[in-house]
Design a protein around this ligand. Structure first.
Ligand SMILES: Cc1cc2nc3c(=O)[nH]c(=O)nc-3n(C[C@H](O)[C@H](O)[C@H](O)COP(=O)(O)OP(=O)(O)OC[C@H]3O[C@@H](n4cnc5c(N)ncnc54)[C@H](O)[C@@H]3O)c2cc1C
Length: 453
């Protein structure tokens, strides 16, 4: 057993994205705790910062003020209906239970401009429950706000360009983290280590091992999501669940990599295949399950077609603004030009636009984007309990070790089709909230090791 330490803190967080920053913010509510966040590269970024920043929460004051009746229980039951993963229901319920408090805290205590997205319908969501920023600038704005709040705290250090490279384990307990700074390794002693390094979608090897059935999708996440915690957790004997599930998107614009808004299909947009035919009920799929539908199409693509009314309902989202800025959307004046863009005759184009009974008929002028499938983030991960403690193969907590966000098993269930909109940040901020609160509330969370006494 080595006794050499370069640094000693109470809480060492690996990863300064959604989960890590929230865990640090909440742990640091206890002014006696010294918290350090070791971030691999803020320059390369975290998925939270390139996300849409949509926060799913059931039962918030924002919903009540908009007359929406919802609850954590209803939220959990929607997620479980989509995922079918009833073995994981205790975790889903624990995260849904804290979601309203954390969204309201971000708004009311941290001063972030939050609104309920009444115009953000999603498949499987029984009521509007995605919360977003006023102005719809997305996750970059949110993460900048949260990191600024963190920097203002005297008992937290955010150490950038300092990747975690290993855990320190003594007698089966995690007692610290090994980080690399300026090419040198440093051993950081910590009462608790929080793994918040996200999933592994940026690792071609791990994707080939666990998600080979997804083919060769466009990757729309950050370069840092390489699953660096997986070998450390494996060495500890931790177990993993649902490693084949991902947050996919069937709305990635071919040749641009931007995504069209998932609300388009609830505003009448239709998908037309390369053969000029409609092939799916667009409202029956979330964007993650739509990825598999698109992958099965000839050329693994289809044309999303919508009109001015659908455009007006969605154009203020950060996704549509990105598409417009990238020149990813074609404007087509009439049925003739739409038919030409689809490569079919006008009669076939008119047939493709024929609405499903009960749905709205699109009207010229039209907009069109060719969309394909992509992977944004993985959803499988390590097994934790409802406090975010990493469990060993016997189901016992590994002393001193916590994990959340994309490092932990997510809420999609065994396959990507089970992903509900907002699950990613729910798991990341939710576990960050739970772990940070837990550490701040402990009687003696000092260097002796928080979960050993
Ligand atoms: C394009 C896109 C849009 C999305 N939109 C939404 C949305 O609107 N709503 C939603 O709920 N979810 C969304 N998601 C999913 C969501 O962004 C992720 O689920 C969430 O960010 C995961 O949080 P995290 O804290 O685990 O990881 P991240 O937010 O990715 O943070 C992980 C951090 O760990 C760092 N890191 C990695 N390895 C190490 C290491 N070895 N040492 C130190 N640091 C390390 C990374 O650099 C990064 O800063 C979206 C994802 C993408 C890609």
């Amino acid at each position: 057993m080595s006794t050499h330490w370069d640094l000693e803190v109470d809480v060492a967080v690996a990863g300064g994205g959604a989960c890590g920053v929230m865990a640090a913010l909440r742990a640091a509510q206890d002014p006696d705790l010294v918290v350090a966040v070791f971030e691999r590269s803020a320059r390369e970024g975290c998925n939270a910062a390139i996300s849409s920043g949509s926060l799913a929460a059931g039962g918030t004051r924002f919903q009540r003020e908009a007359g929406i009746v919802d609850s954590p229980e209803q939220h959990a039951s929607d997620i479980l209906a989509a995922s079918g993963d009833h073995e994981w229901a205790h975790v889903v319920r624990a995260l849904c239970a804290v979601a309203p408090a954390l969204v309201e805290w971000i708004a009311d205590e941290l001063g972030y401009p939050v609104e309920i997205g009444v115009d953000m319908p999603r498949a499987g969501m029984s009521v509007p429950r995605l919360h977003t920023d006023v102005g719809r600038l997305g996750g970059g704005r949110l993460m900048a706000h949260l990191r600024a709040a963190l920097e203002a705290l005297p008992n937290v250090a955010f150490v950038d360009e300092a990747p975690a490279v290993d855990l320190v384990v003594e007698d089966g307990a995690v007692t610290g983290l090994v980080v690399e700074q300026n090419g040198a390794r440093q051993r950081v002693r910590a009462g608790a280590v929080v793994l918040a390094t996200d999933g592994f979608a940026a690792s071609p090897q791990l994707m080939a091992e666990h998600c080979n059935d997804l083919g060769d999708p466009f990757y729309g996440g950050v370069s840092t999501a390489t699953g660096s915690a997986i070998p450390w957790l494996t060495d500890l004997g931790a177990t993993f669940r649902n490693m084949g599930a991902c947050l996919r998107s069937g709305l990635v614009v071919v040749g641009h990599g931007t995504r069209v808004s998932p609300a388009l299909q609830f505003n009448g947009a239709v998908l037309v295949g390369t053969d000029g035919r409609r092939f799916v009920d667009e409202e029956a799929h979330g964007y993650s399950s739509m990825a598999a539908v698109l992958r099965a199409q000839p050329g693994e693509r289809a044309a999303m077609v919508w009109d001015a009314e659908a455009m007006a309902a969605t154009r203020h989202s950060e996704m549509m603004r990105d598409c417009l800025a990238a020149g990813a959307i074609r404007d087509l004046a009439d049925l003739g030009s739409l038919a030409e863009a689809l490569g079919v005759g006008e009669t076939a184009a008119a047939e493709a636009l024929e609405p499903i009974p009960g749905r709205r008929r699109l009207a010229a002028p039209y907009h069109l984007a060719w969309v394909t499938h992509g992977v944004l983030a993985t959803q499988g991960g390590v097994v934790v309990d409802t406090t975010g403690r990493v469990l060993d193969a016997g189901g016992e907590p590994v002393p001193g070790l916590y994990a959340g966000g994309g490092t932990a098993c997510g809420l999609a269930g065994p396959s990507s089709g089970g992903y509900s909109s907002g699950n990613g940040l729910l798991s990341a901020f939710g576990f960050g909230w739970i772990i940070g609160n837990h550490l701040a509330a402990l009687e003696s969370p000092r260097l002796a090791g928080v979960t050993r006494g």
